[in-house]
Write a protein that binds this ligand. Structure first.
Ligand code: DC
Length: 224
């Protein structure tokens, strides 16, 4: 069997999708594309322009007109890719707490999704890609050759995210991180348009009791 060319990895916030996707893409020499950064870029841009996040028309208009570029990393500072909004490098800005708190409502807007998903699909169809998100296997690239749905319990995901923030030198409160993870789960899973769910033909991996290494080994075996 040939190695799958289009690989979709979906799952809830902080389930380890990016770590897995990045590693898999490296090992296959494929493009790694984390689609969450596009929703984060629109959220950051909206906050930056002083838009009300509840103003769907204004946020949508920004999503439809802003130039979002996701490129291979230009710096070795832990980034998986460069994220540019209208030519400005906003890679680390997209990780800010205010972006994190507002990105789920932004990604629930139908026409924001439409604008971003069509760009994602165009890139994905070129093949040799590992694309990570919430709706890649169900909506963006239903024809993907391999679909993984990576899951983990909310406390486990919050604990990973909490450690990640501390490792980057930031400050965090575990209970707040857990509340944030739960709130994003709630919005991402219950929104009307392309909610988070596993595709029928996805391989579901529960990573609660697995290390990143073990998850990678499982998925690599599925590829090869
Ligand atoms: O994976 P992440 O935490 O960077 O995603 C940020 C937000 O974007 C998340 O709340 C859900 C949304 N998202 C989405 O709706 N569809 C995608 N394909 C990727 C992310």
């Amino acid at each position: 069997m040939p190695i799958p060319s289009i690989i979709a990895i979906d799952g809830p916030a902080a389930s380890g999708k990016s770590t897995l996707g990045r590693r898999l893409a490296d090992s296959l020499s494929y493009l790694f594309f984390d689609t969450g950064v596009m929703y984060r870029a629109v959220t950051w841009g909206s906050l930056q322009h002083g838009l009300e996040i509840s103003d769907e028309a204004a946020v949508t208009s920004l999503a439809e007109t802003a130039q979002i570029d996701v490129r291979p990393p230009s710096k070795e500072d832990g980034r998986a890719c460069d994220v540019l909004l209208d030519g400005v490098d906003i890679t680390w800005e997209t990780r800010r707490a205010d972006v994190e708190a507002n990105v789920s409502p932004v990604s629930a807007y139908r026409d924001v999704r439409k604008a971003l998903a069509s760009q994602q699909r165009r890139i994905g169809l070129r093949g040799r890609v590992v694309m990570v998100g919430r709706d890649i296997g169900t909506v963006v690239l239903p024809e993907a050759d391999l679909k993984i749905y990576l899951d983990a319990s909310a406390p486990e995901r919050a604990s990973r995210r909490y450690k990640e923030i501390l490792q980057r030198g930031g400050q965090a409160d575990y209970d707040q991180v857990l509340a944030g993870v739960r709130s994003r789960d709630e919005i991402d899973s219950n929104r009307a348009f392309s909610p988070l769910r596993a595709a029928e033909d996805a391989v579901i991996i529960d990573s609660d009791k697995l290390s990143a290494e073990e998850v990678f080994a499982k998925v690599e075996a599925l590829c090869r």
